[in-house]
Every structure is written in structure tokens, then in C-alpha cells.
Design a protein around this ligand. Structure first.
Ligand code: PLP
Length: 385
């Protein structure tokens, strides 16, 4: 295996750890479609792989790269971010208690609420970034998982990872951080005390909006990790080798895409913050953001690709702006090279905690002046009828 694995993350990502396929010396990662692997005459598996439900050399390289980038001791890919998250939650025993934030990716929150509704777990949702509320919600010995997401989707709320980890650990719980919006380029939660990082790799890790994928990276290979790995192997919510290869290809340009999107997002947030047709902007890079100081401490190289804002004129104005942007595609998801806009509350439906006029922007890698012009034009189009 060539290359010094102490190389900088940019180098590790660009070269996909520098792995070269041993037979052909192929420099580009190889796809291994085989579902099964041959035994030796003595019954052993000299290739180190048995069956593809949890073992495939294509997974090995992508997992090893993500693990290195996150500074973990093990990474596992899943068929989606939801498959990763629900497998982590599957480690909970009946009656275990979970603390999660009020603002987080809604389907994971709904899943937690469903588990609580069925009596499987006890659940407390606390305001993001409110350490006092988090500490008050903890039930020492019974709380097993403290779930955080920073920045959070869709309002970009920030949580102090180290403070949350200290509080969780003092109560005997584990801290699970959804790192989707930051990616390891901007924030590595394990370095701040998280026990586990969860990703929707569908977003910026892959970056091209053409793969559904999830991942879990662990700070330690302990019993918690073993249980997650065991579950993945049994339930088979794995990523296929072709999707894994696409994800690996996407990750090789991570260090170009993420800073570029974050830089543009900062410019767009600044413009929106001074725009007369805008009521509020949520972006952790803005000094006015309540989590700015914490974000500046625990993130480096930018504040992410997600900007949310509320145009003046309420839900009708939000709908009109989303519909009249031309470069921003009016579509769900985030983290691709193309910019997207979404009027969020109607997507989440009844019971959403998101303001009904909130627009979520995912900033891609287009020329930022084109994106600014698109926003200016859509916002100047006048009040909703
Ligand atoms: N976590 C966050 C922050 C997300 O935004 C999403 C999806 O939007 C998920 C998890 C779920 O990931 P997936 O859509 O890959 O299942």
C-alpha cells in the first residue's frame, strides 16, 4: 500500500488512500461485484472476505477513507443515511432513554417519536445548543444515546459537541453526532468527544446527487460498535458495490467541493442578511447566528453549504420565491454540486417545528455571482398576491 497514511486529509481523499489494485496495478479504485468469495482447500478464506452482505473490498476502501477523514477506529457504509441512523437506534433496549434536539433531520426525529409512541424508548427533545436543557433531560443510567446534529437541518442550529459529550458521558450515555451538514472537511465530531458520527453520505460526501448512502464512524471498536456491525450484517442494509464506488469517486473531490460551497454559502448568507425583502437568515458563519462562536471554535474552513432564510411576506412569499428561482432547482435534498431551494415546512407536513416561511438553500459549486443574481431577481419579484 503506497503512500504515507499520515498524509494530510486532502491527499488521502484525492488518492483514495493511495490503494492500488494488486493484480493490474490500477490506480483508480476497482469495483468488486462478486457476492461470494472462494475458500481455500482447508476451508479458510485467504482473501479475507466471505459474503458481500457485510464484506466487499469495494466497501473496504471507501470505509477506510471515511474512517481516516473522521479520525475514527471503524466505519461502516449503509444503504442510506436512514439505514445508518436506524441501525444505531436499533442498539437501544426496551425502555432506554434518548435525548435528541428539537431541530434535526425530520425523518430521524419522526422515527424517534414513533419508537417512543410504541413504548419502545423514552424520548426527550431539547432546544438545540441549550446545555442546561440537555443536562436537565438526562436520566443517569437510563439515557443511552444523546443525539445531536450540528449544524442542524434545516435551521443550521449549532451544538457544542464537547459540552454535549461531557454531559452525555457524565450520565453514562453515548454521544451520537449527525455530521452530514459539516462533513469531516469542516468538523470532526470524534475529536470533540463524540462516540459515533452518522452521515447521510447521499449529501456532500458523495456530492453529485446520484447515490443514496449512509455511514457510521466509531471513535472506538467497543460493544456498541460490535452491535451496530452485527446488525448491519444481519439486516443487510448495505450499499451495493457500484454505489460504493460512486461514493468513493465523489469523496476524492470532497476537499474541493466543500470549501467552495461553504465560501459561496457565506457570501449568499451575507447578501440575504442585508436584503430588504428578507426577514431572517440562519447561517452559522454570520456573527449574528446564536451558535456562531461555538461553530467558529469547532468548525474550520467554513460553516457549510446550507443556508436557511425567511423572506418577508410569510409562507406565500416563500412559495413564490422558491418557485421563481431559476438556477436554484426547486427540489429536496442537499449537498450536490447544483444549488437547490426547498420550502421546507410543507415537506415535513403537519406537526413540523419549522417556520412555515422557511426556505432552505443547498449551495453548490456554481459561480456565486450567478446564484446571487438569481436570488436578487426572485426576491425583487414583489410581494405574494
Ligand atoms: N441526516 C441528515 C442531516 C439529512 O439531511 C438526511 C437526509 O436528508 C439524513 C440524515 C437521511 O439520509 P438519507 O436520505 O441518505 O437516508
Amino acid at each position: 500500500m503506497p503512500g504515507d497514511l499520515r498524509d494530510r486529509p486532502e491527499t488521502l481523499a484525492a488518492q483514495a488512500l493511495g490503494w492500488v489494485e494488486p493484480t493490474t496495478r490500477s490506480v483508480v479504485p476497482v469495483i468488486y461485484p462478486s457476492t461470494t468469495y472462494e475458500r481455500a482447500a482447508d476451508g479458510s478464506y485467504p482473501g479475507g472476505h466471505t459474503y458481500t452482505r457485510d464484506q466487499n473490498p469495494t466497501y473496504d476502501q471507501a470505509e477506510a477513507l471515511l474512517n481516516r477523514l473522521e479520525g475514527g477506529e471503524g466505519a461502516l457504509l449503509f444503504a442510506s443515511g436512514m439505514a445508518a441512523a436506524t441501525t444505531v437506534l436499533e442498539t437501544l433496549d426496551a425502555g432506554d432513554h434518548v435525548v435528541a434536539p428539537e431541530q434535526m433531520y425530520w425523518t430521524i426525529q419522526r422515527w424517534l417519536e414513533e419508537l417512543a409512541g410504541r413504548g419502545r424508548i423514552a424520548l426527550d427533545l431539547v432546544p438545540n445548543g441549550d446545555l442546561g436543557a440537555l443536562e436537565a433531560a438526562l436520566r443517569p443510567g437510563r439515557t443511552k444515546i444523546v443525539w445531536i446534529e450540528t449544524p442542524a437541518n434545516p435551521g443550521t442550529a449549532i451544538t457544542d459537541i464537547e459540552a454535549a459529550a461531557d454531559a452525555a458521558h457524565a450520565a453514562g450515555a453515548r454521544l451520537v453526532a449527525d455530521g452530514t451538514l459539516a462533513t469531516p472537511v469542516l468538523c470532526r465530531p470524534i475529536a470533540h468527544g463524540a462516540d459515533l458520527v452518522v452521515h447521510s453520505a447521499t449529501k456532500q460526501l458523495n456530492g453529485h446527487a446520484d447515490v443514496l448512502a449512509g455511514a457510521v464512524v466509531a471513535a472506538r471498536r467497543d460493544g456498541f460498535w460490535e452491535r451496530i456491525a452485527h446488525d448491519r450484517g444481519y439486516r443487510g442494509a448495505v450499499l451495493g458495490p457500484f454505489e460504493t464506488w460512486l461514493l468513493l469517486r465523489g469523496m476524492r473531490t470532497l476537499f474541493l467541493r466543500v470549501p467552495r460551497s461553504a465560501e459561496s454559502a457565506m457570501r449568499i448568507a451575507e447578501r440575504l442578511a442585508s436584503h430588504p425583502a428578507v426577514l431572517a437568515v440562519h447561517y452559522p458563519g454570520l456573527p449574528s447566528h446564536p451558535g456562531h462562536a461555538v461553530a467558529a471554535r469547532q468548525m474550520s474552513g467554513g460553516f457549510g453549504m446550507l443556508v436557511s432564510f425567511r423572506p418577508r411576506g410569510g409562507a406565500a412569499a416563500a412559495k413564490r420565491v422558491a418557485g421563481s428561482l431559476r438556477l436554484f432547482r426547486n427540489a429536496t435534498s442537499l449537498g450536490g454540486v447544483e444549488s437547490l431551494v426547498e420550502h421546507r415546512a410543507p415537506v415535513e407536513g403537519p406537526g413540523t417545528r419549522v417556520p412555515d416561511d422557511l426556505l432552505r438553500l443547498s449551495i453548490g459549486i456554481e459561480a456565486v455571482d450567478d446564484l446571487l443574481a438569481d436570488l436578487d431577481r426572485a426576491l425583487a419579484a414583489g410581494p405574494a398576491e
